[in-house]
Each structure stands twice: as structure tokens, then as C-alpha cells.
Write a protein that binds this ligand. Sequence first.
Ligand SMILES: *Cc1c(COP(=O)(O)O)cnc(C)c1O
Length: 418
Amino acid sequence: MYEQFGISKKVEQLIKNSEQELQEEFKKVDEICECNSLKVLNAFIKYNISDMHFGGTSGYGYGDVGRDTIEKVFAEVLGAEDSLVRTQFISGTHALTVALFAFLRPGDTMLSINGKPYDTLDEVIGITENKSSLKSYGVKYEQIELKENDFDIPKIQERLKKGNVKLIEIQRSRGYALRKSLSITKVKNVIDKIREIDQDVIIMIDNCYCEFVGTIEPLQIGADVIVGSLIKNLGGGLAPNGGYIAGKKELVELAAERLTAPGLGKEVGSTLGINKNILQGLFMAPSVVASSLKTAILTSHILEKLGYKLEPKSNEERADIVQTIEFGNQEDLIRYCQGIQMGSPIDASSVPEPWDMPGYQDKVIMAAGSFTQGSSIELSCDAPIRPPYVAFQQGGLTYEYGKLGVARAIENILGKKE
Ligand SMILES: *Cc1c(COP(=O)(O)O)cnc(C)c1O
């Protein structure tokens, strides 16, 4: 059967051997999955989710009991006072943008403490000129680089002592940077150190790709607000779009007034029939994230054997679902991404090519044969075309589909060399 799918005996054997060697790692993932499933199930039971919550509203969306209850369930699962979970968020970038514009005022300073944030925020912040950026409204921006893959605590404390920092952004996942993702232990440590100096600064976490990877979420260790996308982890592959902001009640309220309008806030926003997908997506999310993690661990193990540089290693603790593969040359990178596309359920016959994408500075190749456009909780692989030619792979709705996609991609590199 593997051969029919275009997978050689050699690659099949590589996978079988790796799976044997990875049993311990997979078991750890299963344990995390069980813990997060427990959290989700508890929240569903606590809020007595029933058929009534699946109904949708149209127009203004007043009195949408499904939407309001979804926001309670998300808050419960994430350890938040309140949450805003909305289909009106276009993407993770939009949710982050709404949060930043909601919390920051002219003259305020935003401080990023893990170097430059995710590429699509460049124009939002004004790192790249844009007439609608935070900078154009007089919001200042500063950043402090990481030091040896951890926060530079002395520098951060020194800066906070000078005052006038309104908001600190922490991005846990690596984005398109070549650094490690930031573990919950490191984040807790830096939050404690921030609070020694400043009790008021808003600590906001870009939590994209990190939800349910471990058993502790950032709000439980002192962050004020977290932001993420529903076409990543928490959507479980079933939410058709959307994003969330969760945390302190007053911050969620500010975000709601920015997303809708001052005076309207959380009270409006019709759901047009997607409540069930969001609830079912959250229900599936622990298991889907676990599948993504196993796919990533397998990828790391096999491709390292084949001589590429992988981060994280297969036995390393993970903070997000992203697996980076350093190919060192453009051809292998492109062939691998094209192979992921060939092994995808949707648009398998499309051939992705490097392209200029809005919000990104380099050409980007994106392999995504997903049910939901751009969904990266589904197996996907993308890469900015710049040395050292690193691909960022994530997702896998089930481990089996993830594995098959990766097998196809490996074959697409090895096949050409023989
Ligand atoms: C995906 C992602 C975002 C937001 O991206 P969208 O594609 O707009 O949803 C922001 N930060 C990080 C770290 C991400 O992974």
C-alpha cells in the first residue's frame, strides 16, 4: 500500500524503525493530551453545553447564548477571567492587532522582549512603514533581544526601571525566527522578574501554536492576556476561521470595544451558525494538537537521520507545534514543501512555488493542502526563501495523515537523488 502511494520500502522502513524508537516520546504526548482533554470536558460539563448552544444568530447578534457560553468555556479552559472568541477575527494577526490597538494609546511604549515579533506584525507596529500602524498613532516600540534562547532579564528589568512601558509582548512560538520556542518555565520566570519591578505593565502573550502543547497555559502563571488563532491549535481543525483574546476581564472588554465599537463591545457579533464547529473544534483540540506533536517528533527523528538540522530534536521538550528543518539548500527545501503538498488531502496536484505574500518581507513557499484555507493545524509547511533555507512545518489532524504526508515529502527529496 505504501508503494501505491509512491513511498519506497526504504522510507517505509525508516518510519517503522523511528516509531519503535519514539514510543517513550509518544507516551509523554498522550499524557499531556489526556490532561488537556480533562480540562475541556470539565468546562463543557460545568457550562452544561447542549444543543441550544449550537444555534446561531444573524444581524447584530444580540443574545447569542452559544457565543456567550463559548467564551465562558474558553476562559475556563485557559484559566482566564473572560475571553473573546470570534469569527470576526480574520486571523491571528488581526486578533493581535485588535489587542494592541485596544491596549495602547498615543505616547505609550510597547516592548517586545523576545526580539522582533512575528513578520506580519511589522506593519502593524510600524517597524515597516504603514500609514495605519501603531507608530502612525504615536505609539512607541522597543525590543530587547533574547540571550542564549532565554529572556535577557537584567536588560528587561533595567528598561522597566526607567518607566513608561505600557505593554510587554511575549511571543512563545518562534515564528519565522531561528530561535527556540519559549517554554512555560522560562515565561513564568520572566513574568516573576517583570513583576518585581512593575506591577502594572500589561503582559500580553502571542500564544499562537502553543495551546495544549503542555498542561499549563500562560494565564495560569501570571500573564494578563493571551491571543491566538482558531485555524491553529484551539480550533481543532474544525473551526472555519476566527481568533481569540483571553485574560483579565477589563482587557478583554477593551479588546471587544475595539473589535466591534465603543459602547457595543461583547454584546454584538452574530455567529451565523458556526458555534457548533467552534465547540467541537475545541473538544477535538487536545487530540489534534497531540497528533501534530507526534507528526513533528517523527519528522525530527527521521530527517535528522537523513542528515538535516532539526529543531527541536525528537526527544526535546516542546513549547509549540512547529518543527523547523534546516535544509541548507533551496532545492531540497522546495522539494520537501512540494512533497508535503503531494501528500495532502486537498489540492494534492497543485505545485507550490515561492511567492510574494502580503505581510512578509521575503518570498515564501507555502504547502497547505488543507480543508480550511491557510489552516496550519492541518499538516502544512512553509518557508521564507532565504539562507539557511529553513522550513517551518506544523500540524497534522491525525498522526496517520501527518505521517503519510511527511513520508511523501521525504520521498520527494530522496527520489530525485537516486
Ligand atoms: C500564525 C502566527 C501569528 C498570526 O498569523 P495569522 O496567519 O495571521 O493567523 C502570529 N504569531 C505567531 C507566532 C504565529 O505563529
